[in-house]
Design a protein around this ligand. Structure first.
Ligand code: ZN
Length: 346
């Protein structure tokens, strides 16, 4: 039985005035406990949804948009915000929707409603989906087909990787090396290495945007992963000789077969062995420096990849080859954790 449950309720939080209620989300194979709401001002703030857009309900599992002749795929950009279950189709360099779009068709079990608005680049169509979907698309004769799949239907394991910081929140910075860039580079490598047929890897932050902790948590809670890696880089201004890896965990959450400390320990051993580094140990985040491990009631560990203030390690943390090495270590550690989760579950 891979039943995850919490035994203690968490009170307070640096960023939240929250009331936790617990929602049991049963997926086909893995029951997981999640907190239901993440109410904060940012999530409350209403999206500018623009004008509602008519769509024709279909039985198909694909959504499609039929464009008028002359529309080219090069003028269309697709992106998403799955912390809100929203998919965006931007049509560049157009001023009125009537000039480009003929019809929109979609399955009502997937698509709740749609809206459009003008923006700086042209026109944005927002598709409000009913769940977290991974999307694919194809373009055929002026039609944009969007295939939607729930991660849990596709993958046995789901891993979320959070590249901490981003945008104006650079994190630690030493000699021009910014934590936000290191974490994103490593996260992308982890995805490349770990993603396979049975393992779906999702990046919470995909670019240099400054996402709030709550936005990140909302994304993860929609995704419902088995494991979350939260990546950071350390500094010690008082002792530049300090180097090595540390992993933080939340000791308040507990699973019957595993604790977060065990996940942290497994990861640190595998990672440090692979990179031939130094393990500084695993620590409960009693000072609450890592919001992700307190906001998420799924196995989450915050990994400090190394010290930017250390001469040698700081140099390594500038190099793509070292990002790849770190990612390999994280991949091996993650695989071991997932395997152990599985063997305990049987
Ligand atoms: Zn950090």
């Amino acid at each position: 039985m891979n039943k995850l449950w919490k035994w203690t309720s968490i009170v307070g939080g640096v960023f939240l005035a929250l009331s936790f209620s617990v929602l049991l989300v049963y997926s086909a194979t893995k029951p997981i406990v999640y907190t239901e709401d993440l109410e904060d001002e940012e999530l409350e703030e209403e999206v500018q949804i623009g004008k509602l857009l008519e769509f024709t309900p279909t039985e198909e599992t694909e959504i499609y948009l039929e464009f008028l002749p002359d529309t080219r795929l090069e003028n269309i950009q697709i992106s998403e915000d799955m912390s809100r279950n929203e998919l965006f189709v931007d049509i560049l360099d157009v001023k009125s929707l009537e000039r480009v779009l003929a019809t929109l068709e979609g399955n009502e079990t997937l698509l709740a409603h749609a809206a459009w608005q003008k923006n700086e680049v042209g026109i944005r169509i927002t598709l409000f989906l009913r769940d977290f979907y991974a999307y694919t698309y194809r373009w055929e004769e002026n039609k944009l087909y969007l295939g939607l799949e729930k991660p849990r239907d596709k993958y046995t394991y789901i891993v979320a990787v959070n590249a901490a910081h981003g945008g104006s929140n650079t994190g630690n910075e030493v000699n021009g090396v910014k934590e936000k860039n290191v974490t994103l580079a490593v996260a992308k490598e982890v995805r490349k290495l770990l993603q396979e047929e049975t393992v779906g890897v999702f990046l919470v932050r995909k670019d240099d945007s400054n996402l709030s902790a709550h936005k990140r948590a909302a994304y993860v809670m929609n995704l419902k992963p088995d494991l979350v890696l939260d990546l950071h880089c350390n500094v010690n201004g008082e002792n530049e000789r300090q180097f090595g890896t540390e992993i933080y965990y939340n000791e308040e959450y507990y699973w019957p077969d595993f604790t977060n400390a065990q996940f942290a320990d497994q990861m640190e051993r595998v990672l440090v062995e692979h990179i031939q580094g130094k393990a500084n140990g695993i620590f409960p985040d009693t000072e609450r420096k890592y919001p992700m491990i307190h906001l998420l009631e799924v196995p989450t560990i915050s990994v400090e990849l190394g010290y930017l203030t250390n001469k040698q390690e700081g140099k390594l943390l500038e190099q793509q080859s070292y990002y790849e090495l770190l990612a390999q270590g994280l991949q091996l550690g993650t695989k071991e954790i997932l395997e152990n989760m599985d063997s305990k579950a049987q």
